[in-house]
Design a protein around this ligand. Sequence first.
Ligand code: FAD
Length: 553
Amino acid sequence: MASKRILIVGGVAGGASCAARLRRLDEQAEIFVFERSPDVSFANCGLPYHAGGVIQDRRKLLLATPEKFRDWFSVEVRTRHEVQEIDRERQTIEVQNLQTGRTTTEPYDVLVLAPGAAPVQPPLPGIDLPGIFSLRNLEDVDRINAWSTKHEAEQAVVVGGGYIGLEMVENFSHRGMNVTLLEQLDQIMPPMDPEMLAPAYETLRANSVDVRLSNGVVSFEPGEDHTLAVVCEDKQRLTADIVILAIGVRPEVRLAEAAGLAIGETGGIQVDERMRTSDPAIFAVGDAVEVQDFVTGRPSLIPLAGPANRQGRLAADAICGRESTFRGTQGTAVLGLFDLTLAMTGASEKTLREADMPYEKSYTHSFDHASYYPGAEMMMLKLLFAPDNGRILGAQAIGRQGVDKRIDVIAMAIQMGATVDDLKQSELCYAPQFGSAKDPVNMAGFVAENILADDVDVVHWVDLKNRRETDGEPPLVLDVRNPAETGAASVPGAMNLPLGELRTRLDELPRDREIWVHCGVGLRSYYASRILRQNGFKVRNLSGGMKTCKALP
Ligand code: FAD
């Protein structure tokens, strides 16, 4: 049988994975990778840390070179080569060598598109001024480093509070710059729910980052010397030595669109579960494709390295006749923000509301390892689950230690269609320095199960906050913490009755009025709810205790 000629457009996460896997499966195929930039298979995810000087040696970001692809995989990689056009009838592509300007025509049996996503560049006045950068590849980070060094940058403005923006905030701070973060939305980290982010704002403040929410940029103007004036929606003008634009990415679909391939409603290239486009000879992977959200089933764009790599491998499988299929993307992600970790998997509450999917939620505050062993840190974990069958729909967590490990466990549980009962039953590593006999994952399962089994009626702080006078008789808010703990953080009008005295003072509580009980993190109030319920009171537990209340925006 004649060998296949397989051409790949884009040689980083999805494209490079695909090329290497293809060779492992098919020793005969002719495999070519065309990459517009000077490098292949570089670590985009490490770029912010090179800008911050954490990864000092640039070479460490190059995971493979064209020579390695040639020697190890017999794959020909052509860097500084841009694919400009696809002729589907003739099964050819037009490729321009960006160094010589020469264009050649390359025939293919199979074409794989892995062009990624480009940073969004809105047409704002002054957006092309020197000193404004976005970050996608090594050339960008070289430019950022050169500019910062040349102008001894002290004032940085980062526009956009998503992953890349926040990583740049941390790294510029690390370099000793004063950083202002501008975010048009009323929260940073849009994939997370807003009440999870209070510790992130605290950490940003503690690191002297000036965070300005609900405030976008309207224009840029040249300032004195090399500086820029960043004009904000609230009319303020910020002086900056350097500006980073990190306001999102858009799938690179120009080639696919011009070739008449189907583009999905989200703007990504449409593919089936084998990563095949509307043309059976063309596959597409990575940030450029529209994926199915694993939880909601809706079309989505989730530009992350893990899915891109897995899709590259899977496309190679499909090209070589294997049966693998892609399960969809659930948006498992993690961010380091100074000493904090923020992580999430599956759907957020926002997403579930948009998808009109019923859900229940629980908040737990648990130590990452046994509290009696030195160095234990509390994490806040939010679990979203289906009220009918307990299927886990999503989780988010924030804390200083062990956050990624818990979200990884729940991510796997979501993949396997697990329920809160499975979290309750999970058997996870435990010794005092690593975890707890009741791990935060188990705790989330226990609390969710209590809700599903109707052992406790929960009410959320946001319900208390949004209560109106017309909502009927106000509940009695009962605080079961010890008086010394209540301090400034207490609900106006709440009654304090410590858990230890509850059984002997039941006659002080109303039987004809609903009681909403809370404590510090939700554990003692759960015990109190059980006592009150079994004594005939109408009681609800304010989920997650005062710690969750204080986190509300
Ligand atoms: P890319 O890796 O972007 O590769 C596409 C390549 O195709 C590009 O190099 C481009 O030059 C080339 N190309 C495009 N069009 C053409 C053409 N016509 N001809 C030739 N070549 C072309 N994800 C995480 O999960 N975790 C992280 O911590 C994380 N951090 C990140 C930090 C930064 C600064 C950036 C930019 C991204 C980060 N990501 C992270 C996202 C992750 O890097 C991407 O999801 C992933 O690289 C997508 O892979 P891809 O193959 O689709 O596209």
